[in-house]
Write a protein that binds this ligand. Sequence first.
Ligand SMILES: Cc1ncc(COP(=O)(O)O)c(C=O)c1O
Length: 442
Amino acid sequence: MSNKITGEGPTPIRKEIVDGLIAKMGIQDFAKATIREVKQVAAMAEKESGVEFIKMEMGIPGLPAAKVGVDAQIKALQDGIAHSYPDIQGYPELKRQASRFVKAFIGVDVAPEGCVPVTGSMQGTFASFLTCSQADKKKDTVLFIDPGFPVQKMQLQVQGVKYETFDVYDFRGEKLRGKLESYLKNDNICAIVYSNPNNPSWVCLTENELQTIGELATKYNCIIMEDLAYFAMDFRQDLSIPFEPPYQPTVARYTDNYMLLISGSKAFSYAGERIGVVCISDKLFHRHYDDLAARYEGLPFGLVFSTRMLYALSSGTSHSAQYALAEMFRAACDGEYHFRDEVKVYGERARKLKDIFCKHGFYVVYDKDGDQPVADGFYFTIGYPGMTSGQLARELMYYGVSAICLVTTGSHQEGLRVCTSFIGDHQYEQLEERMKIFEENN
Ligand SMILES: Cc1ncc(COP(=O)(O)O)c(C=O)c1O
């Protein structure tokens, strides 16, 4: 495949090729195309034109899995762990190391009992949604601080649970309190969900914003599901020195009503093994909710989560993957495994890509946390003056660049999500060359 632009006509890839493929796939509104559809159009356009695409739509890790985890998992398998069911509460050593990890890198105390392995944060949110939405019959709605990860809404659709959402773009800082209260005062919100750093915008909520969320969670008695899929990946600060500040920012400092979802997928590049932990605050773990107790033999919140929801879903989490995660947590806490060093390349890529886009007339859509520019990391967002998301996504396809529209993530802004995980070193030059032509044409 050529790295050079070989397409004919005024754009690197002939428009007819892209338009034809979009029509053939029956995509009526490209703004609403799913990641898989964008990926498919890009792959087919690449094949037809012979021009390499710069693929920025997928949010999957582009780095090798952490060796420390792989070695531990292989050893566990060789020692024969595959034959036995894991404990439904989780492998005790993983629970112990997860609790240490939370102390070392978040700076809060969660007992090992409350650290429960899940088959990825994906299952963690599914089981959390089930538990939170059944805890109190009055509270039947989940609130998303969007933009967010679309699959979580699909999980609620599957469960038949209602949700509300707002785009945080217009409600940063002091405005967040009023906006959250406008929902919470209706007394129907069981849980609030957000990711931090955020997929897709890479917004990181400030300490003040987290404090607001925590205070309101306590006041209105709702549970915060803090999705830390991109743990410690706010590369503006070094959050990776065990047992020393600065720590991963968290709502856990401001309320007891929290569940922290820590994934092995991105920070440890361990997505394929589907492993993570949900860390439930000590108070919430032991809390009795009348409606849960009535349905589940008097069990408290934490045990409903593990012995009912997780048991019903998958009877626990792959045994050998739990050994891998236990060892990754241990080695990180003991200062032997520097996970941030392995993934910070995403931040370097984002910086270079943003520079190229901005040089050619693009702007970063979600650009600030308080008065600071957003961090460079796994994702960032771009817009182009005068173009809607759908126009921009389609137009960039003509230049061999694929990305998804923000509208698919619950954002109300016109723009695209760019993912840095698959960018190869030779592609900066390609992007520069193509965006130069884009600028001339637009
Ligand atoms: C915000 C967010 N949460 C959760 C996940 C899924 O994590 P896991 O692979 O642990 O299921 C992702 C993956 O892209 C994500 O972006």
